[in-house]
Design a binder for this molecule. Structure first.
Ligand SMILES: [Zn+2]
Length: 373
């Protein structure tokens, strides 16, 4: 096929469809990442939908009408498009996989890609450029251009968000001594080794460039659970705000609720404060005939959209998570799942059940290794 033929109307039309299909595949995939972020294996239906979209994209890229009403296969285009999707989606998924260490998938490579998640997708820019030059398949070129345009937009948006003003928090003596212990005294080397960009070291003070509503959250799961640091003062503040916000919502909705897990332990043992290493808020609610799952989740969804909190509802798991970051407009809504950090409250659902003739509370949400009752 010559260049002129390739730019024919059906060719351009097919290229546009490939572009749209790749975008749909990408959005479906970033939406799927909500599962590993919440320690759940991806749902079968959502995975199938993403898989079908990816297969359609690849098929359209590599198959063309051939002689005698048959389909001609462009094998190099097939190899390039499949290879690209596998590598790029691995890069995109890395931060979400890093949220779920128990999955066994959070390898060093995943950690590395997660750390550089803002621009790791752009590492494919060179290969995409050369593959685009080497082929005369306009659909493959459209596929590569769309994938790279999305990665470039993501990178530029993260760059812009990274420039937002951050409030400087002093580190308390307690936080500082934990940091110094984990860093074995060399804060500068520790900062460098783990890419702790929030840590500000000056001659006479150690402070923390805090996250806020308009910036990505500090990567708590890394700093707290992997590096053994105390929760950053900004994240602690936002977690406290988030728990008060959710409690206010629950009071307004008339739902019986209580603190659970580490949040309850902190409240009791630390006189109403969070544990120094708290990484999320655990709140439990009791559902009954008056307060159903549908009423509860509709109430949260409406309030979250109004007040700027991201609400993620897992219908089949009886689980809601509410995050401090404001919900973005579609189609960027699910791209938050590419971020490394999140300030979140997990809402666990309880119902009354009868056990050996006694009324007990049964936990409906199963998360990680949590037992049912
Ligand atoms: Zn923070």
């Amino acid at each position: 096929m010559t260049g002129i033929e390739a730019l024919s109307f059906p060719g351009v039309f097919a290229a546009l469809i490939v572009s749209a299909l790749y975008m749909a595949t990408y959005l479906s995939f970033v939406r799927l990442l909500r599962y590993p972020r919440n320690w759940y294996p991806p749902s079968l239906n959502a995975s199938l939908a993403t898989g079908v979209l990816a297969a359609l994209t690849v098929a359209l890229v590599s198959l063309s009408p051939g002689a005698l009403d048959s389909l001609a296969l462009d094998s190099p285009a097939l190899a390039v498009s499949v290879g690209f999707i596998i590598v790029l989606f691995y890069v995109i998924a890395a931060p979400a996989i890093a949220f779920w260490p128990a999955s066994g998938l959070a390898t060093r490579a995943v950690e590395f890609l997660a750390k550089h998640g803002d621009y790791a997708g752009l590492l494919l820019l060179g290969p995409a450029f050369f593959a685009g030059l080497a082929t005369s398949n306009i659909k493959l070129q459209a596929f590569l251009a769309t994938a790279m345009a999305i990665e470039l937009t993501w990178f530029l948006r993260q760059l812009w968000v990274g420039r937002q003003q951050r409030r400087l928090y002093p580190l308390s003596n307690n936080d500082l001594s934990v940091l110094e212990t984990q860093a074995k005294g060399d804060l500068a080397a520790f900062r460098q080794r783990h890419g702790i960009s929030e840590l500000v070291l000056s001659k006479d003070a150690v402070s923390w460039k805090g996250c806020g509503k308009g910036t990505p959250a500090c990567p708590l799961n890394l700093y707290v659970n992997r590096l053994g640091l105390n929760t950053a003062p900004c994240c602690r503040d936002h977690m406290k705000d988030l728990s008060h916000y959710i409690a206010d919502c629950l009071v307004e909705m008339g739902v019986v609720h209580w603190l659970e897990g580490g949040s309850l332990l902190g409240a009791v043992r630390e006189s109403g404060k969070l544990l120094d290493w708290e990484d999320d808020i655990d709140l439990s609610v009791l559902l009954d005939d008056d307060m159903t799952w549908e009423r509860l989740t509709a109430g949260f969804a409406e309030r979250g959209a109004r007040d700027g909190y991201y609400v993620d509802i897992f219908d089949k798991k009886d689980f809601v998570s509410i995050s401090f970051d404001p919900p973005k407009r579609w189609p960027f809504r699910w791209e938050r799942n590419r971020l490394r950090g999140e300030i979140r409250a997990d809402i666990l659902i309880y119902r009354r059940a009868i056990s050996y003739g006694e009324t007990v509370l049964e936990r409906r949400t199963h998360k990680g290794a949590m037992p049912g009752t």
